[in-house]
Design a protein around this ligand. Structure first.
Ligand code: PLP
Length: 371
């Protein structure tokens, strides 16, 4: 009898479904024997890395044989200043996903549950399930988080609630006032994780930073990342801001060198590159206009998004996805988010957006004439 190695794993780990990352450009080009493919599939910053960040990395390479500063002293000092918080509220992560996972590992046992929304960022499912805890998925309201229903789903075993604001892949958001109302109603034993990965892109009057609520709600954790508007996805850097007691727990559990030296210096540098951030936001706003105008012309319905991506409904979704690939345009099908009729398209540079729209137009026209 061959030994069943899988049976040795923890029950939560055995249940995990592998995460499907967006197809890399190089892989598609190899497969199809084409060149010049574009990737609008992983909500990456289309501007490339900031020159200031690159310079900081080149300088830091001189010390590349040494371990990173495990305390992240300089980056933390910069964040403290920028966010008007205290150092003991911060936890740095190898991407904000690292911090999200630390939260699950710190607070969840198999007897517990975490409340999430339908169509919410899939990572929450993965990290909660890995703990052997229950994921309580609450039906979405107009594609977005239904905070009242999420509050109603809380029971005595609920330890965590994840709210992506804006949410990936829907782009939906909740107002600061609604978050405050939610925090008022929840027991303090429920830790509310507000994932603000796309915070910098949002320009809406009702949207505000939940950092302002931290002093009043000790059960609130806000996470941010350098992967999106700051354009450092490859380096893996993110952080959480919370009550010092929660930060203390996460800091004990995290790997001592979880954020590498190049990520630390690049993150510090990008916080000083206000031009890069302003440009990211401007390109995103223009791209949103360009893509949504294009979708409307094509008669496609999309979900209004506050992030750097748009979920758009297309007929014959997977066929259109494949046809886009054939034309060298990589987007993301989101069936695993219970959105089998939508594609998530990350907002690119103007030329990339145009190429995506042109390809979509040709594919849809061909489909119509063959129908
Ligand atoms: C992209 C994304 C993150 C960021 O992940 P990193 O690990 O920081 O790269 C976090 N939450 C959501 C909802 C995201 O879409």
């Amino acid at each position: 009898m061959p030994i069943d190695l899988k049976a040795l794993a923890l029950p939560g780990i055995r249940q995990l479904q592998p995460y499907q990352p967006g197809k890399p450009v190089e892989e598609l080009e190899r497969e199809l024997g084409i060149e010049g493919a574009i990737k609008l599939a992983s909500n990456e910053n289309p501007l490339g890395m900031s020159e200031l960040a690159k310079q900081a990395i080149v300088q830091a390479l001189a010390e590349g044989s040494r371990y990173p500063d495990g305390s992240g002293f300089y980056l933390k000092r910069r964040l403290v200043e920028l966010l008007s918080i205290n150092e003991d509220q911060l936890v740095l992560g190898n991407g904000s996903n690292d911090v999200l996972e630390l939260l699950a590992r710190t607070f969840l046992e198999p007897c517990h549950n975490a409340v999430v929304s339908q169509h919410a960022f899939v990572m929450y499912n993965l990290i909660v399930t890995a703990q052997g805890a229950d994921v309580r998925t609450v039906p979405a309201l107009n594609w977005g988080h239904d905070l009242n229903a999420m509050a109603a789903a809380v029971d005595k075993n609920t330890r965590l609630m994840f709210i992506a604001n804006p949410n990936n892949p829907t782009g939906t958001w909740v107002s600061l006032a609604d978050i405050e109302t939610l925090l008022e109603t929840l027991p303090v034993t429920v830790i509310v994780v507000l994932d603000e990965a796309y915070f910098e892109y949002v320009d809406l009057p009702e949207y505000g930073s939940a950092l302002t609520l931290l002093s009043r709600y000790p059960n609130l954790v806000v996470t941010r990342t350098f992967s999106k508007a700051y354009g450092l996805a490859s380096l893996r850097a993110g952080y959480s801001v919370s009550h010092p007691d929660i930060a203390g727990l996460l800091n004990r559990l995290r790997q001592p060198f979880n954020v590498n030296s190049l990520a630390l210096v690049a993150a510090e540098a990008i916080l000083d590159d206000s031009e890069y951030l302003a440009n990211s936001i401007a390109v995103n706003q223009q791209g949103y206009e360009q893509l949504t105008t294009g979708f409307e012309k094509l008669g496609l319905e999309y979900i209004a998004s506050a992030g750097n991506f748009i979920a758009v409904e297309v007929p014959n979704t997977l066929e259109v996805y494949q046809a886009l690939l054939q034309k060298g345009v990589i987007v993301r099908p989101i069936g695993i988010y219970e959105m089998p009729n939508h594609l998530r398209i990350s907002i690119g540079r103007p030329d990339e957006n145009q190429r995506c729209l042109d390809a979509l137009a040709r594919i849809l026209l061909a489909n119509e004439s063959s129908a």
